[in-house]
Design a protein around this ligand. Structure first.
Ligand SMILES: [Zn+2]
Length: 79
Protein backbone atom coordinates (compact mmCIF):
# COMPACT_ATOMS: atom_id res chain seq x y z
CA UNK A 1 0.00 0.00 0.00
CA UNK A 2 1.68 3.19 -1.16
CA UNK A 3 0.12 5.45 1.46
CA UNK A 4 1.51 8.09 3.78
CA UNK A 5 0.48 10.97 6.03
CA UNK A 6 1.31 14.53 5.05
CA UNK A 7 0.24 17.88 6.41
CA UNK A 8 -1.72 20.40 4.41
CA UNK A 9 -2.98 23.67 5.88
CA UNK A 10 -2.60 22.40 9.44
CA UNK A 11 -4.51 19.22 8.77
CA UNK A 12 -3.09 15.74 8.39
CA UNK A 13 -3.98 14.13 5.12
CA UNK A 14 -3.72 10.56 4.04
CA UNK A 15 -1.96 10.57 0.69
CA UNK A 16 -1.80 7.86 -1.91
CA UNK A 17 0.11 7.84 -5.16
CA UNK A 18 -1.89 6.41 -8.03
CA UNK A 19 -0.16 4.96 -11.04
CA UNK A 20 -3.31 5.48 -13.06
CA UNK A 21 -3.20 1.91 -14.30
CA UNK A 22 -5.15 0.65 -11.29
CA UNK A 23 -7.77 3.37 -11.40
CA UNK A 24 -10.52 0.93 -12.22
CA UNK A 25 -13.95 2.18 -11.34
CA UNK A 26 -12.77 5.77 -11.01
CA UNK A 27 -12.04 7.03 -14.45
CA UNK A 28 -12.13 10.73 -13.82
CA UNK A 29 -11.18 13.25 -14.95
CA UNK A 30 -10.96 15.11 -11.66
CA UNK A 31 -10.55 18.78 -10.79
CA UNK A 32 -7.18 19.42 -9.19
CA UNK A 33 -7.56 21.71 -6.13
CA UNK A 34 -4.07 23.05 -6.66
CA UNK A 35 -4.37 24.49 -10.16
CA UNK A 36 -8.09 24.13 -10.94
CA UNK A 37 -7.25 22.07 -14.01
CA UNK A 38 -8.43 18.58 -14.88
CA UNK A 39 -6.52 15.49 -13.74
CA UNK A 40 -6.90 12.58 -16.16
CA UNK A 41 -7.89 9.54 -14.12
CA UNK A 42 -5.57 7.26 -16.07
CA UNK A 43 -2.45 9.35 -15.49
CA UNK A 44 -0.24 9.03 -12.42
CA UNK A 45 -1.44 11.44 -9.78
CA UNK A 46 -2.04 11.96 -6.06
CA UNK A 47 -5.23 11.32 -4.15
CA UNK A 48 -5.50 12.85 -0.68
CA UNK A 49 -8.15 13.03 2.00
CA UNK A 50 -8.30 14.09 5.62
CA UNK A 51 -6.89 11.55 8.02
CA UNK A 52 -9.98 11.94 10.20
CA UNK A 53 -12.21 11.16 7.22
CA UNK A 54 -12.38 7.45 7.87
CA UNK A 55 -14.71 6.82 4.97
CA UNK A 56 -12.54 8.86 2.60
CA UNK A 57 -15.70 10.52 1.32
CA UNK A 58 -13.94 13.76 0.42
CA UNK A 59 -11.01 12.53 -1.57
CA UNK A 60 -9.26 15.04 -3.80
CA UNK A 61 -7.23 14.20 -6.84
CA UNK A 62 -4.14 16.30 -7.41
CA UNK A 63 -1.48 16.51 -10.06
CA UNK A 64 1.65 15.10 -8.45
CA UNK A 65 3.49 18.38 -8.90
CA UNK A 66 0.59 20.40 -7.52
CA UNK A 67 0.48 18.35 -4.34
CA UNK A 68 4.25 18.75 -4.00
CA UNK A 69 3.84 22.53 -4.35
CA UNK A 70 0.60 22.78 -2.37
CA UNK A 71 2.09 25.16 0.20
CA UNK A 72 2.54 27.80 -2.47
CA UNK A 73 -0.34 26.94 -4.78
CA UNK A 74 -3.24 26.61 -2.37
CA UNK A 75 -6.81 25.72 -3.21
CA UNK A 76 -9.11 28.14 -4.95
CA UNK A 77 -12.13 27.54 -2.77
CA UNK A 78 -11.72 30.92 -1.06
CA UNK A 79 -12.09 33.70 -3.58
ZN1 LIG B 1 -2.96 20.57 -10.63
Amino acid sequence: MNERIEEYRGTEYRVRSLSGASASGSGGPYRCPGCDQLVPGRSPHIVAWRDDDAEATDRRHWHTVCWANRATRGPTTRR
